[in-house]
Write a protein that binds this ligand. Structure first.
Ligand code: HEC
Ligand code: HEC
Length: 254
């Protein structure tokens, strides 16, 4: 296929011949389409940072998150129904681990590749943004307001509420397997511990996609060998665990 630049030139030359005018110098015209192509890059790079401009001095983690927010949301709530996972409230140690493995390309994440390069995301930025995101709490209940709360306060509080829709499945079966096979790392309440990730409050579609990539061997779970706990489960069991996880979002932290 011809490049837009080439098509543009042909068109321009054709027009100038028709008009009987001198053709414009080709070099000059060729420059235009290429700069247009550049500006078609994701707006992600500039827009959110600008929105956060006043906070730049105050909080480094918040500032860095301006870039992440384009995909993962302003509060780290994720987006597009789990195409972009929730990061808010995730274990800080886990976030740091994953960012480092994206950077080292041990875990492949093409959309995030440009943001995790050494120059874009040095270790101290990984620390700052991970600590910032881990500290964000997203309530699972609709807030109750006082008469004195203004519209903006109300809107912000409501935007932060995150409830993952109930996933279909046999919750009792899921509970039985989870509390036997998964709790030792992901904790009884599913909120993770140490560097083991929180699973509760994460989008079901995202978790499912991760399980699939563990099963295909594209991402290592926590096993030394190629097969692990997830490989011993039936597809239905995995769905039941995911259903169970969506049923315990409100439970108090244990
Ligand atoms: C262009 C979109 C995009 C941007 C910008 C982006 N991410 Fe992501 N991120 C993704 C996608 C897509 C995934 C899920 C990859 C997958 O499905 O395995 C992801 C996954 C992650 C994960 C793994 C979550 C988990 O539960 O394992 C972390 C951590 C993360 N991103 C942090 C960040 C941080 C911090 C920034 C900003 C420095 C950022 N991302 C910027 C698209 C983006
Ligand atoms: C021995 C500890 C251990 C056990 C037991 C365990 N996991 Fe994990 N799990 C991990 C670790 C470590 C990770 C992060 C792996 C990585 O770095 O990619 C993880 C990641 C995950 C993720 C991806 C989370 C994300 O945000 O991307 C899912 C989903 C998951 N585990 C499901 C399960 C299920 C379901 C069970 C029980 C059947 C289970 N795990 C049992 C250690 C464990």
């Amino acid at each position: 296929m011809r490049s837009p630049a080439a098509r543009f030139l042909v068109l321009l030359l054709g027009l100038s011949v028709l008009a009987g005018a001198n053709a414009a110098p080709p070099k000059k015209t060729a420059a235009k389409p290429s700069s247009a192509a550049k500006s078609a890059a994701p707006e992600a790079e500039t827009a959110p940072t600008a929105a956060h401009a006043p906070a730049v001095e105050e909080n480094k983690g918040k500032d860095i998150n301006g870039v992440c927010a384009a995909c993962h949301g302003e509060f780290g709530q994720g987006g597009k129904r789990g195409e972009y996972p929730r990061l808010a409230g995730q274990r800080a140690a886990y976030l740091k681990d994953q960012l480092k493995s994206f950077r080292a390309r041990k875990r492949i994440n093409i959309p995030m590749y440009p943001y995790t390069q050494e120059r874009e995301l040095p270790d101290e930025d990984i620390e700052a943004v991970s600590d910032y995101l881990a500290a964000i709490q997203l309530p699972t209940k609709w807030p109750e307001f006082k008469d004195s709360d203004d519209a903006l306060t109300r809107l912000e509080a409501m935007e932060k509420v995150m409830i993952v829709p109930r996933a279909e499945g046999d919750i009792e079966n899921g509970k039985g397997i989870y509390q036997k096979e998964c709790f030792s790392c992901h904790a009884r309440d599913g909120r993770g511990r140490g560097k083991f990730p929180m699973l509760v409050g994460q989008y079901t579609s995202y978790l499912k996609k991760q399980v699939d990539s563990y099963l295909k061997g594209e991402r290592p779970h926590d096993e030394d060998g190629p097969k692990g706990i997830l490989n011993t489960l039936q597809e239905k069991d995995i769905q039941d665990i995911l259903a169970y996880l969506t049923s315990i979002q409100d439970s108090e932290k244990q």
